[in-house]
Design a protein around this ligand. Sequence first.
Ligand code: PGA
Length: 260
Amino acid sequence: MLIAGNWKMNTDVPEGRTLAQVIADRLSTQPQAFDDVDFLVCPPFVHLPAVRDALDDAPVAVGAQDMHAQDEGAYTGDVSAPMLTSIGCDYVILGHSERRKYYDETDAAVNAKVKQAKRHGLIPIVCVGETLEQRQAGNAEAVVRAQVDGALADVSVGESGALVVAYEPVWAIGTGESAAPEQAQEMHGLLRRDLAERFGASVADGVPLLYGGSMKPHNAYGLLSQPDIDGGLIGSASLAADSFLGIAEKAMDVLEEETT
Ligand code: PGA
């Protein structure tokens, strides 16, 4: 189970460092409590070194929220994959709906970034999800399929995995209204089948499929207990250690249930 925090454009650097420190402290005082959960936080770019340092030996990976598709060059304001790996990033979120909406990021642009991430050993978290209008028009599945098709065109994924897909219905992001667990499972099942057609069933089974969109401690259990939901990409609830770890506790409950 992968519990990932997307801090978006929140907290200044000292606040971000403190949040990371609190998470690290809580994990070190309860080492067994979260044994089977993989943690990831994705703070803003400028926080990355401080957050990486604050997490020190804590079992929490660090990722970025975006990156450029080129190694280097005259791209004012951008950040490259080599920059991210040089400060210890393991993951990068790509194609988040906010980037698609505010920066007109296309599936082709996401695809170029996915390939670049893989060239540099970064694990891409490819975000897909339909808007409310698209869902109401009955197009949710077609939209998500097309986004996956575009983002993963000519991308190969071996047995080692190194790919994460996040289903984030746009209407659920930041609204407090998450998808119903069955609704989310329906799309996750479709994603799993799509990945199996693309890469084979054993690779598809190893790709963590995250749900994102108003996941909170109170609704996490229902979502995480769905068969094809392997974790969460968490926005606002990742900005406080209590709610972030509260969701991880629900993930542990689900995992314990599965083994009994
Ligand atoms: P939210 O954001 O949890 O605040 O809805 C999720 C995301 O956008 O990744």
